[in-house]
Structures are given as C-alpha cells and as structure tokens.
Design a protein. Structure first.
Length: 239
C-alpha cells in the first residue's frame, strides 16, 4: 500500500464534497506543494491523506494533510459508514464531557429528542458509545480516532490579509495551520502577523518548498470537523 491517498474530487460514497479548483497560478502553486509533500513523505508509523478543497462549515480550505494510524481502521464497523454529521457532533460532545445524559445533550446541543435518539442509536450500532450509569459514554479515542495530525494550508498569490484570515479559521479543526506564499522571503509585517495569529508560513519558489515559521500546535480532535476527516478516511478504506 502506498503511503498516501489523495481526495481531489467529491466522493458521495463517503460523504465528502469538494470544490473544483480553478486553473491558474494559485492552482499551480497548490499542485506543486502537494506533489512536494507527498513525494517526500516518509513515516513508518503513519499514512497520509490529502484533501483538496474539502467542504467544511467554515468554507473550502485549499489543502488539508491528515496523518493517521492505519491499524485503527482495521476493526471498522460497517454501520459506521452510515453516520451523519449530526452523529459526529454528538460523538465529539460526548468525548468533550466524558459522557452525558440525553436531557443535557438536548439542552447543550439544541437537538430535538427524536433526532438525538436516532443519532444515539446509530452511534451504538457503530460501537462508538455505550450506556453506563444512566449516561451515554464514548469508547476510548485511542481505539476509534486514527488521526494524529491535521495540517491545513491556505495558498495565496496575493491578498495576504485574506490568506491569514482563512488560516486562522482553519485552526478550528486543524492541529496546525499555514499560509503558502510564492515568495522567497516575506516582509517583517507578514512575519509579525504570522506570530500574532499562531499561523505558520510556507514559501514555494525556485529554491523549493520551505517552512519559514511554525504554526501554533493544537490538540485533536478539536471539534467535530476533526472527526469528519477521520470518518472520510475510514469509509474510503472500507469501500
């Protein structure tokens, strides 16, 4: 098995929607970066998945690199491939609070009782939660969450302000977030913005791909969208 898989178009079988990239300098910048990262990727423990402009609640990030532990998906439950986004939201909430009763979830998540009941049934069938002491409890993350890194990349030829705004939004679901710029060295204001926002900088030029500054690192899963990448990969591997 190769060390990476790429999702560059919608795949309705796994519930993934993407935006078609427009041809031009920005697409070329993105393609060159993806090729460079995938060709150089080597990790004996993890595999790599590349998502090109996946649809999320916050928009369409240009590139999302996801490193994951393949063996976690070996015991994939077929019912899990039928989970809905609402189910993933409920699952993430249960992990956040380490278990909850139904009434609390209805109040905190704003979910109708009938919808919540059906969601909990799907999560039960998927063997992701169980019932204990009148509460719904999630099973261990280590058994069900295979993702180790989510690195979001926002590429821009110009309009750095927009690039940093989107990169900051990407921190919602990613463990690291970067802007990708086709320059040799950014100016002082750009570097200061990077440090202030906790967003890293990659450059792509004749000298190759360079990481000029590191992103602030966040914990995973940081939100239900972090789980979506986990579920898309798992479903794809079990088609």
């Amino acid at each position: 098995m190769k060390d990476f898989i790429e999702f560059n178009k919608s795949n309705l079988e796994i519930g993934l929607l993407t935006r078609n990239s427009r041809k031009g300098p920005e697409q070329a910048l993105v393609r060159n970066f993806v090729n460079s990262i995938t060709n150089s990727f080597k990790n004996k423990d993890t595999k790599l998945a590349v998502f090109c402009e996946p649809q999320l609640d916050t928009g369409f990030p240009d590139i999302v690199f996801v490193e994951y532990l393949h063996h976690i998906f070996d015991k994939w439950n077929d019912a899990r491939s039928s989970l809905l986004p609402i189910d993933v939201k409920v699952l993430h909430y249960l992990h956040l609070v380490n278990g909850s009763d139904s009434s609390s979830m209805e109040s905190k998540l704003g979910i109708d009782s009938d919808i919540l009941l059906k969601s909990l049934e799907r999560l039960l069938d998927s063997k992701l939660i169980h019932r204990k002491s009148k509460q719904w409890k999630p099973f261990s993350l280590r058994k069900n969450f295979a993702v180790k890194e989510i690195v979001a990349i926002e590429a821009k030829i110009s309009n750095l302000k927009s690039a940093f705004e989107q990169a900051q939004i990407n921190k919602w679901y990613a463990s690291e977030s970067y802007v990708l710029l086709p320059i040799v060295m950014p100016n002082k204001n750009t570097i200061n913005t990077s440090q202030k926002l906790g967003v890293g900088i990659y450059t792509s030029n004749l000298n190759g791909i360079n990481k000029l500054s590191h992103s602030m690192r966040g914990m995973l899963p940081s939100c239900y969208a972090s789980w979506l990448f986990n579920e898309w990969i798992g479903r794809y591997l079990h088609l």
